[in-house]
Ligand binder design. Structure first.
Ligand code: NOJ
Length: 785
């Protein structure tokens, strides 16, 4: 996809729409396989060395390679262990994580390489989720750019910095599908869509790993959490998951498969149970699908103590049984439980675990270590560490990434007739209010690796630089949680003295988003709603900037505040990116990667849902049902079904007009498409071309993400009302029209059918080329036998 997007960018030429020739853009929709070179774990030379090691290793030393501990700031419940030096010396540890400096990494590595019997280097991992020291927007924000090349470049910066500190393994990307905003880890994901999630999964993996893992600044990726973790019941973290095999294959697995196809060297098994079987001891997903169907050769790492948690899940009554079930279920490495260390050798001796299986897992670990070049270069040059951090180009990219992540949700006209944004630089006085206006720490988001609050430029700092202190009235107004009447009164006074108010409200990144941060209420925490209403009551024009790791249910704000921007948590360059956007130096182009709910009761909420047998159709859902026609349909009696803002939605300072989509064919043959799928061309060959003219009718240049959606009807199983199958982010000058063409590949029409086969069936097809998942008119074609 990346290279194809790149290719499409190269053929773009722009002309004004009054000229007779239209500019054209082109991209392939539904490219399921990575197109760029990927690192290999199959080096014959290394294989010989690995076999030689296996000949020499004691059973305990083999097990040692499968044992991983946190030796720094913990990111899970305590393990009670600290005697790592000794264990490493004895060859009882294969990997460490949560260490963040080259000096500490080298100190542990020296013990492994110089003092252990076989001198096998350790593998050092960390949650480098959206940057190492240069923090980028949280992944939900990065995905909102709909720009995989940007994400790949951000991942490259993260790899460059992390590797300078000796970290050669990141527990990223999070490729979980997130359909429920209550789940705190939505912040770490690329949102609700399997296609977009797959594109982003590839981008992260390519960015981290490059084409060779042994390049000193490449790091191994870890696609997580396998699998279904984002479908936790009720959105409560770690909760059980029930998914049909079809939904699993159609929705939750594709981003993992994309990461595996892109060459991800490792994968993490999840905490949740999946249809009653814990994901960290699940042979169906870990062995049948991952190893047999996809041919994954890398390491499966457990999540933090997810091996030990098999006891709490109730499928093991003691640590030995948990170790046996996890290991035989397909988990190679035990993160933090210490149960492989405690029991695996004994399980082999008692015959409950074949030693050949241990050898196989050890091979996988050693392959990754060889591929990373750790045997030749186990140490990190400490003298180069500092210079690798926060480089000027990295910060510039962090600013661009933040700018591209913002989603303009509302921009209503103010009484003078013009939309409130962008602000004029002539604005005399601006009141900047809110607990997130001058908060460095929260801008980093959750999982900030080695990000430091002092690296962050806040909105207040950037705005002061832009306007000078005299034109700015600042008041925090309240705390995120807590606060006082006096603070609100002070903020109201500041607003009254200003021409425009910028309100910076939202969540607390580490406490309310990320792991173990599910919320049952999705409004503004603390007294922020009260502050918002008091400020709006001043009658001043208000721009609301929402900082959050998920959509927030704020119907009052969307009704009463003229301009609202979802800014997520933007990273170290939050302030400059926001100021450039607010004043129109940048035209926002981000689009939602999750459906934005009106109320928590709508969750889980996602656009690619089934139609049901009683769809609400054209009924006015804003009114309570009156008669049978209105009542006995799939609806809420007190709320529309529709989201506040749909998946794919986002405004700009320009306006875009979409022409009717046109298709190059009105018929396709299922037989021919299935032949292409079988022959391996199903992801790249053209089945049909879909095109539409898109015009920038505004007065500014802008970037618009044009989306391609497909619906199939008349099939053996019910399929979603729309499925994203392609997108292009296109630059349009004022007045310019571009003809945008999508080459739709056969696999856009394939799905997991009633025979549990991924195939194309005869169907009526509707294709939209539209600005989001709920608008536009479709064109139809027929798939015959
Ligand atoms: C638990 C989290 O679920 C996982 O994402 C993370 O990688 C590990 N802890 C290690 O910090």
């Amino acid at each position: 996809m990346n290279s194809l997007l790149l290719r499409s960018a190269l053929v773009v030429s722009s002309v004004l729409f009054c000229l007779p020739v239209l500019a054209q853009t082109r991209s392939s929709a539904r490219v399921a396989h990575a197109t760029s070179a990927r690192p290999s774990l199959n080096d014959p030379n290394s294989e010989r060395k690995i076999e030689a090691f296996l000949q020499k290793m004691t059973l305990e030393e083999k097990v040692g390679q499968l044992v991983q501990y946190s030796a720094g700031q913990p990111t899970g419940p305590g393990t009670g262990r600290t005697d790592y030096d000794n264990m490493i010396r004895k060859g009882e540890v294969g990997a460490l994580f949560n260490i963040t400096t080259a000096r500490e990494v080298n100190a542990f590595q020296r013990i492994a390489v110089e003092q252990s019997r076989l001198h096998i280097p350790l593998l050092f991992g960390l949650d480098v989720i959206h940057g190492f020291r240069t923090e980028f927007p949280i992944p939900l924000g990065l995905a909102s750019s709909w720009d995989p090349q940007l994400v790949e470049r951000a991942a490259r910066v993260a790899a460059h910095e992390a590797s300078a500190s000796g970290i050669r393994w990141t527990f990223s990307p999070v490729v979980d599908i997130a359909r429920d905003a209550r789940w705190g880890r939505m912040a770490e994901s690329s949102g609700e869509d399997p296609y977009l999630g797959s594109v982003m999964a590839r981008a992260y993996v390519h960015g981290y790993q490059g084409t060779r893992l042994d390049a000193a600044d490449n790091i191994a990726a870890c696609a997580k959490h396998f699998v279904g973790y984002g479908a936790a019941e009720g959105g409560r973290d770690y909760n059980s998951v029930e998914l049909s095999e079809r939904t699993l294959r159609q929705v939750y697995l594709p981003p993992f498969q994309a990461a595996v196809d892109a060459g991800a060297a490792t994968l993490m098994s999840a905490f949740n149970s999946l249809n009653g079987i814990p994901a960290s001891a699940n042979p169906f997903t870990l062995k049948q699908i991952l190893r047999k169907e996809w041919g994954f050769q890398g390491i499966v790492d457990s999540d933090w103590t997810s091996v030990a948690e098999l006891v709490a899940h109730g499928i093991a009554n003691d640590g030995a049984a948990a170790a046996r079930k996890a290991f035989l279920g397909g988990v190679d490495m035990d993160m933090a439980s210490s149960l492989y260390h405690d029991h695996l050798a004994q399980l082999v001796r008692s015959g409950e675990v074949p030693e050949a299986r241990v050898d196989e897992a050890v091979r996988r670990v050693l392959r990754v270590k060889f591929a990373l070049g750790l045997f030749e270069h186990p140490y990190t040059d400490e003298s180069k560490e500092a210079a690798a951090m926060l480089q000027a180009e990295s910060l510039a990219l962090a600013r661009t990434a933040a700018e591209q992540s913002f989603v303009l949700l509302k921009n209503a006209a103010w009484p003078d007739g013009a939309p409130i944004l962008p602000l004029s630089t002539e604005t005399r006085t601006i009141a900047l209010i809110g607990p997130l206006a001058d908060d460095q720490k929260n801008m980093l988001g959750s999982w900030a690796a080695r990000g430091r609050a002092e690296d962050v430029v806040t909105l207040r700092a950037a705005l002061t630089q832009k306007l000078g202190v005299d034109r700015l009235r600042y008041a925090n107004g309240t705390e995120i949680i807590g606060g006082s009447d006096d603070q609100i009164a002070e903020a109201v006074r500041a607003a009254e003295q200003a021409d425009v108010v910028i309100l910076a409200l939202g969540e607390n990144a580490p406490g309310m988003t990320g792991e173990a941060a599910s919320r049952a209420h999705l409004g503004l925490p603390g007294r922020q709603q009260q502050l918002l209403e008091r400020i709006v009551a001043t009658g001043k024009p208000v721009v609301l900037l929402l900082f959050s790791g998920r959509p927030l249910t704020l119907p009052w704000a969307f009704e009463h505040v003229p301009a609202v921007v979802a800014t997520w948590f933007p990273g170290v360059q939050a302030g400059p990116a926001l100021v450039r956007t607010l004043f129109g130096e940048v035209n926002p182009g981000g689009k939602l990667v999750v459906s934005w709910p009106r109320a928590v009761g709508q969750e889980p909420l996602y656009y690619n849902a089934l139609n049901t047998g009683r769809p609400a159709g054209n009924i006015d859902l804003t009114r309570p049902p009156k008669n049978g026609d209105e009542k006995y349909v799939s609806r809420y009696i007190d709320m529309p079904n529709s989201p506040q803002f749909p998946f794919g939605y986002g405004l700009s300072y320009s306006n875009y007009q979409y022409g009717q989509p046109r298709l190059s064919k009105d018929q396709l043959s299922a037989g021919a498409l299935n032949d292409e799928l079988r022959a391996g061309g199903g992801a790249s060959n053209a089945a049909v071309e879909a095109s539409a003219d898109v015009t920038n009718t505004g007065t500014r240049a802008g970037e618009e993400t044009i989306q391609l959606y497909v619906r199939l009807q008349g099939t053996s199983v019910a399929l979603p009302v729309r499925v994203l199958s392609g997108f292009q982010r296109v630059t349009l000058a004022p007045g310019e029209t571009k003809k945008v063409t999508f080459t739709v590949a056969p696999d856009a029409f394939a799905f997991w059918n009633d025979q549990n086969k991924f195939a194309v069936e005869p169907a009526r097809v509707t294709i939209w080329v539209s600005p989001d998942s709920s608008s536009g008119s479709g064109a139809t074609l027929q798939i015959t036998k």
